[in-house]
Each structure stands twice: as C-alpha cells, then as structure tokens.
Design a protein around this ligand. Structure first.
Ligand code: SF4
Length: 364
C-alpha cells in the first residue's frame, strides 16, 4: 500500500525534483511565500540550502501576528489595560511588543485579565462561564481563521451571549498580493500561494496575479515534494511565458475553495480597508462586522479607536514582510533581537520569518 503522507517527503523524489530544478532554471527566480507555515516548512525540510543559487526565497506578509499593525497592537493593549473586560487571545500575541515595549504578558502580570485560548470557541465558553463579564476575543488571522471566528459569532447570537465580542483585525490575502505586485521595490517573480488560506478561497481570487501582472502563482502544500514541485511549475511558466494560477495541492484544496466557509464569513463580516504592518492601509483588505452583528463588535460597543503608533525603533519587520530585506540583514537580528527578547513581531511568532531564520541558524 502507498504511504500517502510520507510520499510527499520521499528523499528520492525530492532529489529528482531538485535535479530538475537545477537543470531547468535559466534565470534568477525570486519567489515569495505568503504563509507562516510555508516559511517554517521551507527551513524545517532542509531544502533551502539545496536550492539552485539563482533561487531566492522571500517571506511575505503571511504571518498573522506579524502583519497586525502597530496601531492595532496599541489598541488591544489599551483595552487590556482598561481592566473592564476579559481579553481572550491566541498565545502568539502575548509577547508582541507595543508602544514603549509593553505587551499583553506584562499587562497580565500587572493585573489585566487576559486568557490564552486555542480557538474562538474557547473564548465563547469563557463568556458563557462569566455572564457578568465582557469577554473580548482578539480576532487576528487570514481567510483560514476568519470563518471560524464568524461561526463563533453566529453561535454567540444563537445562544444570546451578548457579553461576547470580537476585536476584528482579520486580514485578506489577495489585496496584500496586489499591493506587493504594484510596488516596484518588491520585485517578486512568483508566489507560492498559501495552502491553508486556499482551502477556503480556491483559485479564483488569485487569478489577477497571473492575468494582470504576468506573475506565476502556485498553491502548494507544506511537504518538500509540494514545495519543489511548485518551484518547478514557476520555472516552467517563466520559460514558456504562459502564466497562470496552478493548484498543486489538490489533496487538500478544491479549485472552488470552501463556499460554506466563505458564506459563514460573509454573513458576519464585510470587507473594509485595513492597516498592515510595513505595508500601510490597503483597500478592502480587512473584515469588519456587518450591521446585523454590531453587538458583537468590540470596536463599536466599547467605543475603541486605533491610536497613532509607530514600529519599534530599529525594527525592520515592515521591510522583511515586503521581501525587501532578509531577516538576517536587520542590524538587530540575533543581537538586540532574539526570540527570548524580541524587538518586533517577526521574532515573536513561531511563524515569523525572523524567528525561523534564528531557529534554523541563518547567520547574521
Ligand atoms: Fe524586527 Fe527583530 Fe526581525 Fe529585526 S530581527 S526585523 S528587529 S523582529
């Protein structure tokens, strides 16, 4: 019988694909992944140093914690420090530095009520268990996470749990790709498109990458065979000049995506402009509550606004997220900025590219 999972890690298959890549590459290829799991997978698999010299790997804005804007970090820190709500958050956000180096961990140590949860459903349970308290879930993440959060909001409404709210800082991937493509400094030759996000989106929302910008895009899984196959497709498209979006992760991604998940997301949220760290304000790149669900919107119900905030001095996360700088080119990398004492979010999150460079010993 075929071992379905290990075949995508098969060393002989990888060797063959690598050999082909070395043979076929006829010009430099700067490919960008926009998914924190790809960032880590590329390092973890060990394929990075084996790629042909002309292949340059860039990590884009694919780590949800990393792209959360400085103002958004400042807003949820202010909320945590107010003390009149319980904050429920994914653990990754706890150590993200905000203004003055403050973070949620520090706020918690100083008495703020902050609970680390593993899903938005845990946050809903927290609200159900604490009927006299307001529970605010920090909603960050892309199209993969947003449908689950939307489903949680639908459940809150069905259960009449009005003490549950979400601070929605969700982001959408395709508008970020467009922003990178129109920025002449970004110079990306091809995109390794995110496997998880694509399970929801399918192929269609990425079409413009190829049709408008003549840039290959390949939806890929996270095993080395997946990634090498995707690189070969990019090389072949650039050779032939026939650009398109290829779904090379058919074992998980349907070309049509997941219409039910999109329907749940669209029922609760609508697109709005959003701030991205390092990129700025992108039209239609975020999700805010539809009026019918306004009572679950922490922003509206608690009268919050986004404060002015700047990136931590010296931190180059913005340039790293746009692929303009490799993490190890940041002067603070591995010196003032290490995972135990991160200066920027790209060193905090396990999916951040600075953390990956550090963990896998890419030297400063
Ligand atoms: Fe920011 Fe640290 Fe990365 Fe430099 S190494 S860009 S300071 S997170």
């Amino acid at each position: 019988s075929v071992d379905f999972t290990s075949s995508f890690k098969d060393p002989a298959l990888c060797r063959g694909l690598l050999d082909r890549l070395h043979r076929e590459l006829d010009r430099p290829l700067r490919f960008m992944e926009v998914c924190g799991t790809h960032t880590v997978a590329i390092f973890q698999s060990g394929i990075r140093p084996l790629l042909p010299e002309g292949v340059r790997h860039l990590s884009g804005p694919g780590c949800p914690v990393c792209v959360t804007h400085e103002s958004e970090v400042a807003a949820y820190l202010q909320l945590a420090e107010r003390g009149d709500v319980i904050i429920a958050t994914f653990g990754d956000l706890m150590r993200v530095p905000g203004p003055g180096g403050r973070n949620l961990k520090l706020a918690q140590a100083q008495g703020a009520r902050i609970e680390v949860v593993y899903s938005s459903f845990d946050a809903l349970k927290l609200a159900a268990d604490n009927p006299g308290e307001k529970v605010v879930f920090l909603g960050i993440g892309f199209e993969t996470t947003a449908p689950t959060v939307a489903g949680t909001v639908q459940m809150a409404r069905a259960q009449g749990l009005d003490n549950f709210m979400v601070l929605s800082f969700h982001k959408l991937v395709p508008p970020a790709l467009r922003a990178l493509l129109v920025d002449p400094e970004c110079a990306v030759d091809a995109f390794l498109l995110p496997g998880h996000v694509s399970t929801v989106l399918g192929i269609e929302p990425y079409r413009f990458v190829a049709t408008e910008f003549g840039t290959p895009g390949v939806i890929a899984g996270f095993d080395p065979v997946d990634i090498l196959q995707a690189l070969l497709i990019m090389v072949e498209q650039r050779k032939t000049g026939e650009y398109g979006i290829v779904n090379a992760y058919r074992r998980a991604v349907d070309d049509a995506g997941n219409p039910r998940a999109r329907q749940v997301m669209d029922d609760v949220f609508m697109q709005s402009d959003a701030l991205w760290r390092g990129i700025g304000l992108l039209p239609g790149s975020g999700l805010v509550f539809r009026p019918e669900y306004a009572r679950f919107d922490a922003m509206q119900r608690l009268g919050l606004t986004l404060p002015e905030a700047r990136d931590t001095p010296g931190c180059k996360c913005g340039d790293v997220l746009k692929g303009k700088m490799q993490p190890n080119e940041c002067p603070l990398f591995g010196k003032a900025c290490v995972p135990a004492k991160p200066v920027g979010p790209c060193m905090v999150s396990t999916e951040g590219s600075c953390a990956a460079y550090y963990k896998y010993n890419v030297e400063a």
